[in-house]
Design a protein around this ligand. Structure first.
Ligand SMILES: Cc1cc2nc3c(=O)[nH]c(=O)nc-3n(C[C@H](O)[C@H](O)[C@H](O)COP(=O)(O)OP(=O)(O)OC[C@H]3O[C@@H](n4cnc5c(N)ncnc54)[C@H](O)[C@@H]3O)c2cc1C
Length: 506
């Protein structure tokens, strides 16, 4: 076993992926420095304040808080308390926008089954196929597999994790959720299709036709016991803050307002040089044996110019990654009395102008708004190319039109007038680019199609020794639970290079 006492690891990015990776590596005795460009941690799962209101920037609900869930296991491993959270039940109320009754995603599997039977008669076979695939997937994912496999060690880990998977699952590796519908003779059910399109797009960035069957089967069952979706007490920031406590507890060093501007791979004992610009425009240089890179992998294209060690073939691979979406997010505050009684937690609306609008409403007394008031966050996907090509004056116009469209929908659904808002503002891809440093404000990873998910995705192990990727472009994909799982994978690989067998507590 190689001593790790002097091995220094730099983690780039203080979102959930970076904080998780940093805390885990630090807990193993490595010297870890986390470089974060912003003045606060959290990234897409951070928060900001406006007067008495606290808004979750991006993520508003979390998976993996149940016993044995990825966040729970990480906090248990770090011997740190899990942030306080309550289960969302229903996890979401989905309005298909066709005048039919909304669909409630209940936590209790029996209640959810009854809801499905009433809402989508004749679809039992589809759901039971999804359930079988999900069970097999889940037992695989819970063994912390390494995907995609890049070397012999990865292969062994993959095979170990795959022992519990049933062979039947393998048949569906190249299938889409639409194929599952077809197999179960549900492909003509337009209402079911509409529901699946809405839900799947949230998690996989693509509709039913393009969502990988194995991925879709699992995300369609995230809301039900024994899993579930959770609402954090206080705000989303508590997740980052708790991870940071774990990181600090094991001696990790956090440097805020340290923006990485380039990475250079050398061939010496300390192969990586990381160049940083601080808030006061000071240039700083860091050396590290390993770098855990949590920014979208496309960022490497600008951070590693020619002659910095980025292999040409890998550059091409990064250049050819699919174009992710951007997001438009409305942050509003309102008196609770204006909210319909059944508008609790999360509501998804199918709208003509904006497609899916996902609405998150704070709970009374949850720390986001004073009692009797609520924060209302409404988000939808947007094509980033329409935003990046705009001149400044057109940008403002486009932003105003989008704000108007979201407000129009909310006013009509809530039967309220424009003066009702106690606060309102809109974030565009440009805002996300500023807040998170994501190029052009891309969010949510690479999409989960049969050709890009799991074994066919971008590996966390790069062709450059000591450079590890994690975050929402890496298996198993977006979401705080997903990026945490990817951080565990990168940490396992990194530690195996030092002869360390790192396994998360079960
Ligand atoms: C609108 C929206 C809604 C979402 N809803 C949910 C949800 O309800 N539930 C859920 O689980 N997930 C949700 N997600 C997804 C989830 O937020 C992300 O998958 C996850 O937070 C990504 O974490 P990350 O650490 O990989 O990346 P990020 O959060 O992007 O973190 C990267 C960090 O790197 C920093 N950084 C960037 N450039 C540099 C640089 N050059 N040098 C140093 N630091 C740098 C950034 O400031 C940032 O802090 C949502 C995302 C969005 C955008």
């Amino acid at each position: 076993m190689t001593s790790v006492a002097k091995k220094s690891v730099i983690v780039i990015g203080g979102g959930i992926a970076g904080l998780t990776a940093g805390a885990l590596i630090a807990s193993e005795g490595f010297k870890v420095t986390l470089l974060e460009a912003h003045s606060q941690i959290g990234g897409c799962a951070g928060t900001f304040r406006r007067g008495p209101f606290v808004f979750d920037v991006g993520a508003t609900q979390v998976a993996g808080f149940e016993n044995g869930g990825i966040h729970e296991r990480i906090f248990r491993h770090l011997r740190c308390p899990l942030p306080l959270a309550e289960i969302l039940d229903p996890a979401c109320i989905v309005h298909l926008g066709d005048g039919t009754s909304p669909i409630h995603l209940w936590h209790d599997p029996k209640k959810w089954q009854k809801e499905r039977e009433e809402q989508f008669p004749g679809s039992d076979q589809f759901w039971s196929l999804c359930s079988q695939l999900h069970k097999s997937n889940w037992s695989f994912a819970s063994n912390d597999p390494i995907l995609p496999v890049q070397n012999f060690w990865d292969l062994i880990q993959f095979l170990k994790a795959g022992r519990s998977m049933n062979a039947f699952t393998g048949l569906f590796t190249r299938s889409s959720v639409a194929d599952l519908l077809w197999l179960c003779s549900c492909n003509q059910d337009q209402r079911l299709r509409r529901f699946l399109d809405l839900q799947l797009k949230l998690y996989s960035q693509v509709p039913t036709e393009q969502t990988a069957a194995l991925y879709g089967a699992t995300v369609l069952q995230m809301a039900q016991s024994p899993l579930g979706l959770w609402h954090l007490k206080g705000s989303m920031q508590t997740l980052s803050n708790h991870l940071l406590s774990g990181f600090m507890r094991y001696g990790g060093e956090l440097l805020l307002r340290h923006k990485v501007v380039s990475l250079v791979a050398k061939n010496s004992r300390d192969p990586w040089t990381i160049n940083v610009v601080t808030e006061n425009s000071l240039s700083k240089q860091f050396q590290a044996s390993d770098v855990i890179f949590t920014l979208p992998p496309q960022c490497l294209l600008s951070l590693m110019s020619d002659q910095t060690g980025l292999p040409i073939k890998y550059r091409y691979r990064l250049e050819e990654l699919s174009q992710p979406s951007g997001a438009i997010v409305f942050y509003g505050a309102i008196s609770r009395s204006y909210l319909p009684l059944d508008w609790v937690g999360h509501v998804q609306l199918m709208t003509e102008k904006l497609g899916s609008l996902f609405i998150s409403i704070s709970h009374d007394g949850d720390g986001r708004a004073p009692l009797g008031k609520a924060t209302v966050i409404a988000s939808c996907f947007t094509d980033i190319t329409t935003w990046t090509s705009l001149a400044e004056s057109d940008y403002q116009k486009h932003k105003d039109i989008n704000l108007h469209n979201i407000l129009e929908i909310l006013h009509s659904e809530l039967h309220i007038g424009p003066d009702t808002w106690l606060h309102k503002e809109l974030a565009t891809p440009n805002s996300f680019a500023r807040w998170t440093g994501r190029p052009q404000g891309i969010v949510g990873g690479l999409g989960q199609t049969p050709t890009t998910f799991g074994p066919f995705g971008l590996p966390s192990r790069t062709p450059m020794q000591g450079l590890w990727l994690c975050g929402d472009s890496i298996y198993p994909g977006e979401g705080t639970a997903g990026v945490s799982q990817s951080a565990v994978m990168a940490c396992r690989q990194l530690m195996s290079e030092y002869g360390r067998d790192f396994n998360l507590t079960r």
